[in-house]
Design a protein around this ligand. Structure first.
Ligand SMILES: *[C@@H]1O[C@H](CO)[C@@H](O)[C@H](O)[C@H]1NC(C)=O
Ligand SMILES: *[C@@H]1O[C@H](CO)[C@@H](O)[C@H](O)[C@H]1NC(C)=O
Ligand SMILES: *[C@@H]1O[C@H](CO)[C@@H](O)[C@H](O)[C@H]1NC(C)=O
Ligand SMILES: *[C@@H]1O[C@H](CO)[C@@H](O)[C@H](O)[C@H]1NC(C)=O
Ligand SMILES: *[C@@H]1O[C@H](CO)[C@@H](O)[C@H](O)[C@H]1NC(C)=O
Ligand SMILES: *[C@@H]1O[C@H](CO)[C@@H](O)[C@H](O)[C@H]1NC(C)=O
Ligand SMILES: *[C@@H]1O[C@H](CO)[C@@H](O)[C@H](O)[C@H]1NC(C)=O
Ligand SMILES: *[C@@H]1O[C@H](CO)[C@@H](O)[C@H](O)[C@H]1NC(C)=O
Length: 371
């Protein structure tokens, strides 16, 4: 597939050429741009450091007190427990949370919440329940009125999520084919997802992850966000498919399989050339052929000149074929020419070991070139 993109021009000699030709345009792949390929993210950790998030804590790490002015409540521990302590709920799904208090050291138990607020109770537990969660930023808190006159409160950690409607990939400000070695920006648009800060977008080239990106937007409601990744295509990338994946990582309290949405495939056309893989000097033996490759995508138009005249390359070399050859090519990136000196060695036995030496050199060059 790679080689088929080369218009291979064979001089009809066998190549016994020199290695000392310095400016052989051996293609060296452009340095790969810095890819931060993150290993598959370990399963997300539990929500950190939300003071209210440990379910069984008898005294929650940092209870929240609001007391009457002047009154000291600092010695009162907040004995509230909510179960579950962390709630990850899909938009429009039901919610049920039980807040309880073990001791009888309180006078009333209640929920502070903007949606389906239950009545205060004197029971030792109170359930907050919603049939369909339609509020993106609800911040429920369970509180107890403590007999000393203080109020102790426990905030519930609640994440309302919605998988993206759709994910699509495109190239920033560019249509059509790309040019080898130039930089392009892939854009991955994730439509209507919440919360966007828990979205991880991975860019892929075929099955290879190129890198991951996250959002710093803390909006709780669904947003459409564009994630970007720079690429610098190589000529081998002609025809590869780029795509992206958006994963909503909600941690152990979230759904067993994190919601994932993938984009369509974006097929890259990568144009290049003309590029010459010719030495500046060649030694060939009478009757033999040589090869000099002119690469490009699309394949370039190639014309050979000798002594200023267009030539058909001879099918059998003889001593008259020595001289200066210029190969002229017109490809995607324009017109280029390259001149090389060809020497023809007489006979077939005389320079054998000499020729083998150079043939080996040429094979090396060509091997390197194909890699
Ligand atoms: C709420 O939790 C308390 C204490 O664990 C328990 O006694 C009570 O039965 C629970 N209520 C419901 C409705 O789950
Ligand atoms: C999703 O995105 C693709 C590609 O942009 C588009 O063709 C398709 O119509 C979109 N689907 C929806 C449901 O928006
Ligand atoms: C888009 O590309 C054109 C030319 O390639 C350039 O002039 C223009 O500034 C670019 N626009 C943006 C927004 O990058
Ligand atoms: C987050 O995204 C929303 C919707 O796209 C936008 O209005 C808001 O400005 C963004 N906030 C930040 C901090 O970028
Ligand atoms: C969701 O994103 C926030 C902000 O990046 C992070 O603190 C939290 O741990 C994430 N939640 C999960 C379950 O990964
Ligand atoms: C993208 O291409 C791959 C490889 O051919 C294929 O398996 C996959 O289904 C394609 N994805 C889409 C969304 O068409
Ligand atoms: C060299 O080859 C050319 C054809 O490519 C032929 O016309 C010419 O006569 C040959 N010369 C000798 C000396 O054999
Ligand atoms: C070959 O390239 C040189 C410059 O590199 C240019 O001056 C010359 O005209 C070119 N020759 C042909 C035949 O295109």
């Amino acid at each position: 597939m790679f080689t088929s993109r080369w218009s291979v021009v064979f001089l009809l000699f066998r190549l016994f050429s020199s290695v000392n030709s310095s400016p052989v345009p051996i293609y060296t792949p452009a340095p790969t741009h810095p890819l931060q390929i993150s290993p598959p993210t370990p399963s997300p950790t539990i929500l950190p450091s939300l003071p209210t998030s440990s379910p069984l804590s008898t005294p929650p790490p940092s209870p929240h007190f609001s007391s009457d002015p002047g009154e000291s409540a600092k010695s009162v521990l907040c004995p509230l427990t909510v179960s579950p302590s962390i709630l990850v709920v899909r938009f429009k799904d039901p919610v049920k949370v039980n807040c309880s208090v073990p001791a009888m050291s309180f006078s009333a138990l209640g929920w502070e919440v903007s949606l389906a607020k239950p009545e205060l109770t004197t029971e030792h537990f109170l359930v907050w329940s919603v049939d369909s969660m339609t509020d993106w930023s609800v911040k429920p808190a369970c509180f107890a009125l403590v007999e000393q006159g203080g109020q102790c409160q426990l905030d519930l950690s609640l994440i309302v999520y919605k998988p993206p409607d759709n994910v699509s990939i495109s190239v920033d400000n560019h249509t059509g084919s790309m040019i080898e070695g130039r930089q392009y920006t892939l854009l991955c648009t994730v439509y209507n997802v919440a919360p966007v800060e828990n979205v991880t977008v991975t860019f892929y080239k075929e099955q290879t992850p190129l890198g991951q990106v996250q959002s710093s937007n803390t909006t709780k409601t669904p947003v459409t966000e564009i994630f970007s990744w720079n690429i610098c295509p190589k000529k081998e990338d002609d025809g590869v498919r780029y795509w992206c994946e958006a994963k909503l990582e909600l941690g152990p309290e979230g759904p067993q399989n994190p919601p994932v949405a993938i984009s369509q495939n974006l097929s890259a056309r990568v144009h290049f050339g003309p590029q010459f893989a010719c030495p500046t000097r060649m030694w060939i033996r009478e009757g033999e052929s040589l090869g000099c490759e002119v690469g490009g995508n699309p394949p370039p138009l190639v014309i050979w000149y000798k002594d200023g005249e267009v030539v058909d390359l001879p099918s059998h070399s003889n001593l008259t074929h020595a001289g200066k050859y210029t190969v002229w090519a017109e490809g995607f990136l324009g017109k280029k020419n390259f001149t090389m000196e060809v020497e023809v060695l007489p006979g077939s036995g005389t320079a054998n070991s000499f020729n083998r030496h150079f043939l080996f050199g040429v094979l090396l060059i060509q091997t390197t070139y194909w890699l």
